[in-house]
Structures are given as C-alpha cells and as structure tokens.
Design a protein around this ligand. Sequence first.
Ligand code: HEM
Length: 515
Amino acid sequence: MEQLALGLVIALVLWIASIVLIRERRHRRLEEIGQLPPGPKCWPVVGNIFQLGWSPHESFTKLAREHGPIMTFWLGSMSTVVISSDEVAREMFKNHDVVLAGRKIYEAMKGDYGNEGSLIMAQYGPHWRMLRRLCTTEFFVARRLEAMRGVRGRCIDHMVLFMEEASASGTKAIDVGRFFFLMGFNLIGNLMFSKDLLDHKSERGAKFFYHAGKVTEYAGKPNLADYLPILRWFDPQGLRRKTQFHVESSFEIAGVFVKERMEGMECGITEEKRNKDYLDVLLEFHGDGVEEPSSFSARTINVIVFEMFTAGTDTTTSTLEWAMAELFHNPETLKKVQAELRSTIDPDKKLQENDIENLPYLKAVIKETLRLHPPLPFLVPHMAMDSCKMLGYNIPKETQILVNVWAIGRDPKTWDEPLVFKPERFMEPNMMDYRGHHFEFIPFGSGRRMCPAMPLASRVLPLALGTLLHSFDWVLADGLKPEEMDMTERMGITLKKAVPLKAIPIPYQRDRVHK
Ligand code: HEM
C-alpha cells in the first residue's frame, strides 16, 4: 500500500515537472521568436487561471489598466491575448482580420459537432466562406427579411398574449426574460421550419428547447480540460460528455422536423401557403458554384439549424432583458421612451416595423443597452491561424484572441459618464452605430466574422421592446423601488442578468391617459 502511494506521489511529481519543463521551453521559444504582449506574472501549470475570477470581463478590464490594452494571459497552457481598447481593436480588424479569423474550439464542443457543417466554430476557409455566403445571400438578406416581416410581428404578438395570460390581467409578476426567450425561440423556429416550437402543445418543441438550453449552459461553463491538456482524457467536469448528449438529443428532434418536410415534399403533400423558410433554402441548396459541397448532408442541416437557435436566442433575450432592467432602473428614461411611442403610434394600433424609423429614442435605448451590456462581452473567441506581428508584438499561432467589447463600451476615454445609462448620447448627430466601423462600439463584432444576423437583430430588438412598452405599463414586482434593483451580471455563454427581472405588465388603456 505504502509502495503504491509512493509510486503515485513520484508519478505526480514527474508529471508536474514535465509540464513545467514543457512550458518553460515553450516560453523560451516564444521569447526567441519575438516579444509577446505584456501581461500579469503567471504560475507554472495553472498560468493566470486564479486571476480570472467569476466575472472574467471585469477581471480583464482591471488587469488591462495595469498591463495595457493588448495583454497576454495564460489559461493553463492556453495562451490568450486580450484586447481592451478601440485602437487595438481597429488594428486587429483593419490589418489582421484574416489571420485572426480562426476559432478556438473548446473541449465541450469537440467531437462530431464543430466539424461538419458548423458556421460559428468553422475555421476561416472555404467551408466557412460557403456557409457565410448562404447567410448573407439567403438568410439575412433584405429580400428574405422583408418577406418574413409578418413572422416577426406574429411571434411578438404571441409574446404579448402569453404575458397577458401569465400575469392574469395585470396582477401577477412575470419573469420578463423567460418571455423574451420564448419569443426568440419561436422566431428562430419560424424562420427555420415555419413552426411555433413552443405553443403549449408541442412536446417535441419543449424537448428541443430543454436540450438546446442545456447545451448553452454547459458550453458557457469554464472547463479545466481546456486549460490543462492532461485533463482532456478525463473530462473531469463531465462537460464534454453532457454537452455531446444534449447536442445529439437536439439533433434527433431537429432531424424529425427535417425528415417530415422531406417526406412531405416527396409525397407531394402541400402545406398551407407559407413563405420560403430556411429549411427550404437548405434542402434546395445545390452548391453555390464556388465551393464544395453541392448539397448538404442531414448532419450539416441539423448543425446549421441548431446553431441558429443557440446563436440567436440567448443574445436576443439577454439584450432585451437588460434593456427593460435599465429602463426600470432609470424611470425618467422609461417615461421618455413611452412618451415617444405613445405620441407617435396611436394607442389602439400595434407597433409596426415601419414605425421604428420614427422612433429615434427607442433605437437609442437599444444601442445604449448594447454598449453597457453586450451579450457576448468577448465576441466569440477568435484564434490566430498563423503567427503574426501586431503593434510590434508577436502573436503566436493558435493564440486565443478575446476582444473585450464590454471594456471598450465603458472606456472613459471614449464615453462621457460611461457607467450611466444615457440613451441621449446616441441621439447626437453623426453618432456611431454598431455596423462594425466604429471600433468604440462593436457589440456585433467587426470584419469577416462579424455577426451575420445583425440586420435581423436590428429589426427584432426595437420591435419587441417597443411593443412591450407601448402595450403595457409596468410595475416592479414586490413593490421594489428602482434604486433597490439588483443589476449584477452573471457570465455564462452570454452575459446575463444574475437576478431575473420580475415585473407586472398592466395593459395600457387609452382612457386612463385622457382622464
Ligand atoms: C442581440 C443580438 C445579437 C448580438 C449582439 C450578436 C452578436 C454576435 C457576435 C459578437 C458574434 C461574434 C463575432 C466575432 O466572432 O467577431 C456573433 C456571431 C454570430 N451570430 Fe450573432 N448576435 C446577435 C444575434 C444573432 C441572431 C439572432 C443570430 C441568428 C439567427 C445570430 C447568428 C450568429 C452566427 C451564425 C454567428 C457566427 C458567425 C461566424 O462565425 O462567422 N446572431 N454574433
């Protein structure tokens, strides 16, 4: 027994020593190649993991004050460069966009998923270019978005209806974020399959919702196996195993929707008249004449479907929940945006997408929310596909690149009173927008990997928020006062509100205003 224990101790010591040696050698090699960006001193084996904390975006922001806007950080053996200023972001996207357009693939997402068919996780190259073209020429192109205007309006109407039912005519508090999530989920369900997946009746839809939610939960958790390669074999937190299980379960359900549509097409069953949806686009795809393949496998279709749900729902939900929370927290701003809505749109009429152009303050509220609460505070992590030199520093191949857009949006050098929620700042003439050209404000990213769904999000976000503010008056739950609200953030796959926002929607009646 004693011998066994001694053997284990020796093995452990040898293992740690070998890791230290490998790292030392790697460091020396990197130093020989050129100077890495500066960064905090790191420990053998674990690197800077203990400086990450529960809110990495805040930890990186504080460290950047000491080490500068381009900083090296070691997550175990994973070298990471953190970018924390608009100037360095400009340099990255203007002069190194291609070489830094790779993706770091995390352990939880490895396996079958992440290889075939993935757009978000694809390395920059022909396969990614082909899928990306599909997004820009078929999914999020103005013509298709225009044709699907009715779908967006219907999903938002359903959300209002669900809220009214749940709050029992304005007496009960509701979890506001949950309804945004339902709306976002049904919206993607309709864009993909022309189906409301969550309509109380669809058991399959509810299961898909459950499994997709689990994937985003597990994928957002820090995973030791990413930082310490030796642990990859053991998957110590079980995150790869759990993620794979829920990914496969989601694929099975999505696969049934796809199969049903294909069988319907083969038997010539015509569904009720509907617009061409994304599934039609995927099934009709016969190559884009530039890159392989000439058609999509069932697996690729499942991956694309699944990715649209995961990329689209959490980001939309978190932005809308933060927008409502900031408005409750700043009652004068809430009054101002409601006054704009109610003086522009007749209270008896529904807010329409066409009206948004005439609601500059509502649009400014969305921008201000994205400045303070970008749902992806580091974008989706990029990776250097090759070594490069940026601002005189060496960025070795396979370095992970995190662009801290949370810090950039709160930089006092750019923003006056950066921590104050002040939509008025976006009302000034020639003020910046989020289309990826103003590097002070890039919640959707910039360059080649920028969010392809930005045109969709910029229609849905003001319409959903505006409809709720136009249709209801709102009271915080439990008699909470605005100044008592808990505005803490919680980092998962997106940056969420830690304490869900609970409020009572009171249907807005015109005659109450005229009294
Ligand atoms: C508030 C709404 C949204 C925000 C703020 C947002 C933001 C982002 C960001 C920051 C990225 C990564 C950019 C980079 O890596 O440099 C991204 C990528 C992506 N987003 Fe969005 N997004 C939103 C909504 C959506 C929606 C609704 C969908 C789909 C229906 C979507 C689909 C995607 C996809 C597929 C990618 C991967 C693009 C690639 O890797 O080439 N997003 N998004």
